[in-house]
Structures are given as structure tokens and as C-alpha cells.
Design a protein around this ligand. Structure first.
Ligand code: LLP
Length: 439
């Protein structure tokens, strides 16, 4: 069975004359909200959450924690919460956004390799559900802050299981030489430190994350192998039976026709089989399983709409078609050579196909969104719809070249609601200060 992460376009995508998403005509959305415009299809987002729940329904101890780094806004948090997911947060900004959306931080796991005292204070004061401990210094800091509030804090230990997946090297995190988490050889020391020095820290389980945009189910199998073996070793050595395992996120999505990510069901079956094998082998109770998917939850529901502006035909070479956004709203192509698919959103029925390169408007030659794509001969004023931009686009966007960050709308059942306002010129200078001596 196909699951939503295997779709290139939102499930409500329709192309009649114009493209519509969530029952909303994209050309009308652009007239109303301008471009560049992030559009999130609520039906796709909810469907993928249900795909996950459905895939894990035979393992009732599974808990989904949406990795909010993929896209964290107040409205998105509301929908994710409404679908019964918890959250993985990595900064005070994400924690604040989630809390401010009326969601208890008890549903949140706090991750990160350098959580500051301010961040830990905010998390612990607001009853964070779990903290994933990343390093020795953090143990002392957590204990100090917990003491301040006279609280016990439930933690997972983040470890690097040494699994390498075939994904872009910048987004691999589970390999041994990593800035994240404890090397397996350090686990005994951290357990000893916590159990002997810090009674207010309760170790609940282990946590790992092996990479992002993963297509190989075997990676998750191997990861679980390592984690469960480690749990059993800890039980033997310390007599502490950890009953929570967090395998991170990482499931891939389909950015281009060539991409073939496995379905959520295939991944779930590998994970559940692997867990059950170990439960039998070690004769233990089924552990609570946390998953932290980010990209596979939000990516497919998002498209970005741009207006096509200038064009340049280099004689006998590339034809550049430039849009009114680029690396400031989607840095992924320039950072990771990420590939995207796009279509012209307005009616192009009478045009012939042409090979073009979609360039961004920012002052860098590397600001190319899509190389060599066939489109019905693009014209100035056309609306370009780029697919699968829900994850790590807005969340990694910048004000480069003093660009105002784009607006985001949520579409559903032919209704559109703005969920992030477009930044204004005043917003851009609102933090600037001219010292008196320069006035
Ligand atoms: N859990 C942990 C501890 C993580 O570090 C990450 C992602 C996730 C969960 C969610 O992974 P996902 O399901 O989204 O693959 N900016 C890059 C992706 C960086 C991912 C970092 N960690 C990109 O745009 O491809």
C-alpha cells in the first residue's frame, strides 16, 4: 500500500487549467497573498499522520514525536497535536512555539547537543516530558536546573550507534565521529555519573538518530539491533532495565520522479519485526518506541508558489528562468544539491515544452532552484509551483539580501487561512539600531 511520503504532490493536487491544492486555485491564492508563498495542504498533513498511526497500530507502545525542526509554526503544531502526536524540539524557540500553541511540554522531548541553561530552565520549569541527554556537561546542568525547581527529570541517553546510511553527508548523524550524543564506550560512565551523583535524573531509555532522507529500511533494523543489545548489556551490568527506545526520524520522501522512498508501512514492519525478535531473544516486555519523523510528516503537504520574472537565454547554452524567491526561502538546493520538481500553476495548455533552469533572485551564482527541467515554455508573469517544500524550507529560510520572509497559508476544503504573515520592510529594520553618535 502506498503511503503519503511516496507522493510527489499533495494528495489534493488537481490540475485542470490552473493547479489547485486543498480545493484552492493557486492562481487565486497568489492574487490574494502574493509570492513567494508557502502553501500547506492540511489534508495531506493529516493523512500522513494517520499513515504513521495506522502503520504502527500493531505495536501499541509506539509514540510519534513530530520533529518540529522540519517546520515549526503555531498552527502546524496545533494540527500535529490534534492528530495525537507528541513533539521533538531542539531549541527554546521551538519549545516556546509549542507551549504558546496551548500544548503541554509534557508531550515534548527536548533534544540538542548544546542545550543552554536558559533552555533547560524553560523546559524543566514547564514540565518537559523527556530530555535527551547529549553529553557529560549537560548531566550536571540538568541536575542543577531540576534542583532549582525541586523536580525529577526523565531522560533518554543519546548515543551514536555507528550506523551509516546512504544519505547526504551533512545530514548523517548516526555515524561514530559525530557531534551528537555519547559514543557507546561512554555509556557506562554516564550511567554511573547519573546514578551516583544525580538522583533527580531518571534514565528511561536510549535515543539515536541515524540520518535523514533515508530510503533503506535495513538502517532502522540495524539501529534497533544496536540499541537493544545496549539495553540488555546495561541491564546485566547495572541491573537497570531501560524500557524506552527512541530511534529518531529520517524516513525519506519523494522529491523527484526518480526517488522511491519505502512506504511508512514497510518501515514500520521492519521496525516492529526487529523489536519483536529482540523481545523474544531477551525475554523482555515490549519497550516504548519513540519515532521522531519530521520531513516525512510535513514535506509532501507543502508547495511553494513563485512568480516568474526575468529570463536569460545564454547563446547555445542554458535558458535561465528566474523566480521572485530562491535560496532565502529554500536553501536546500544550494546547501545540499537537493532536487525539486515544479510545474507552471496557471493554464499552459497551448504551449510546447522547453528545457530551462529555474534560478533564484539572490546574488549568488549558486542560487539555482532546479537545473534542466522541462516546462511548457515559461513566460514572465507565470506562477511556478515547486513541490515537496513543506520540510526544511521555511524552517531554514533567511533574510539574505534583506529579503522579507514569505507568508504561509493553510489550505483545506477550498478554504485558505494565512498561518504565517509575510514579513514587511518595517519588520526587516525593526531590530536595527542606529547609535546616537551616527545620527
Ligand atoms: N530526530 C533528530 C534527533 C534529528 O536530528 C532529526 C533531524 C530528526 C529527528 C528528523 O529527521 P527527519 O525525519 O526530518 O529526517 N536540514 C536538512 C535535514 C536535517 C535533519 C536534521 N535532523 C535537510 O533539509 O535535508
Amino acid at each position: 500500500m502506498t503511503t503519503t511520503n511516496q507522493f510527489l504532490k499533495p494528495i489534493t493536487f488537481v490540475k485542470n487549467k490552473n493547479i489547485s491544492v486543498g480545493g484552492c486555485d493557486t492562481v487565486e491564492l497568489v492574487e490574494k497573498y502574493g509570492t513567494p508563498l508557502y502553501v500547506i495542504d492540511e489534508a495531506t498533513l493529516r493523512q500522513v499522520c494517520r499513515d504513521y498511526k495506522n502503520a504502527f497500530k500493531n505495536y501499541p507502545h509506539a509514540k510519534m514525536m513530530y520533529a518540529s525542526k522540519a517546520l515549526c509554526t503555531s498552527a502546524i503544531s496545533k494540527i500535529i497535536d490534534d492528530e495525537g502526536f507528541g513533539f521533538d524540539a531542539v531549541s527554546i524557540g521551538e519549545l516556546f512555539t509549542i507551549l504558546n500553541s496551548g500544548i503541554s511540554l509534557e508531550k515534548v522531548l527536548f533534544n540538542g547537543n548544546n542545550k543552554t541553561e536558559r533552555e533547560l530552565d524553560f523546559a524543566i520549569k514547564n514540565n518537559i516530558g523527556r530530555i535527551s541527554v547529549d553529553n557529560f556537561a549537560e548531566v550536571d546542568l540538568i541536575s542543577k536546573v531540576a534542583g532549582r525547581y525541586d523536580k525529577n527529570v526523565d531522560v533518554l541517553l543519546r548515543v551514536t550507534p555507528g550506523i551509516e546510511c546512504h544519505t547526504h553527508e551533512y545530514i548523517q548523524t548516526g555515524q561514530l565521529d559525530s557531534k551528537f550524543g555519547f559514543d557507546l564506550s561512554q555509556v557506562d560512565d554516564v550511567i554511573t555519573k547519573i546514578t551516583t551523583e544525580h538522583q533527580n535524573i531518571i534514565i528511561r531509555g536510549l535515543h539515536a538518530h541515524i540520518g535523514s532522507q533515508i530510503f533503506e529500511p535495513q538502517c532502522f533494523h540495524d539501529e534497533i539491533d544496536v540499541l537493544i543489545q545496549e539495553i540488555s548489556r546495561i541491564d546485566e551490568k547495572f541491573g537497570i532495565l531501560l524500557d524506552e527506545i527512541n530511534i529518531g526520524g529520517g524516513l525519506g520522501v519523494k522529491y523527484t520522479e526518480q526517488d522511491a522512498p519505502p512506504s511508512i508501512n514497510v518501515i514500520a514492519n521492519v521496525i516492529i519485526e526487529s523489536l519483536e525478535k529482540h523481545i523474544k531473544k531477551y525475554n523482555t516486555e515490549p519497550p516504548t518506541l519513540y519515532l521522531e519523523p519530521g520531513r516525512s510528516i510535513i514535506s509532501t503537504s507543502g508547495v511553494t508558489l513563485y512568480t516568474i520574472g526575468s529570463m536569460k537565454q545564454v547563446p547555445n547554452m542554458t535558458k535561465y528562468v528566474t523566480v521572485d524567491g530562491g535560496m532565502a526561502d529554500n536553501p536546500r538546493p544550494s546547501m545540499y544539491q537537493a532536487e525539486y520538481l515544479a510545474e507552471i500553476a496557471n493554464d499552459t495548455s497551448d504551449r510546447t515544452l522547453e528545457k530551462v533552469t529555474i534560478a533564484g533572485k539572490f546574488c549568488e551564482s549558486g542560487d539555482i532552484l532546479i537545473k534542466d527541467i522541462l516546462l511548457p515554455s515559461p513566460q514572465t508573469g507565470d506562477i511556478l509551483c515547486v513541490f515537496n517544500t513543506g520540510a526544511y524550507n521555511y524552517s531554514m529560510s533567511s533574510n539574505y539580501n534583506r529579503a522579507e520572509k514569505s507568508a504561509m497559508v493553510l489550505v483545506n476544503n477550498s478554504q485558505s487561512d494565512m498561518i504565517v504573515k509575510r514579513e514587511s520592510l518595517d519588520d526587516l529594520i525593526s531590530h536595527d539600531i542606529i547609535p546616537d553618535r551616527l545620527k
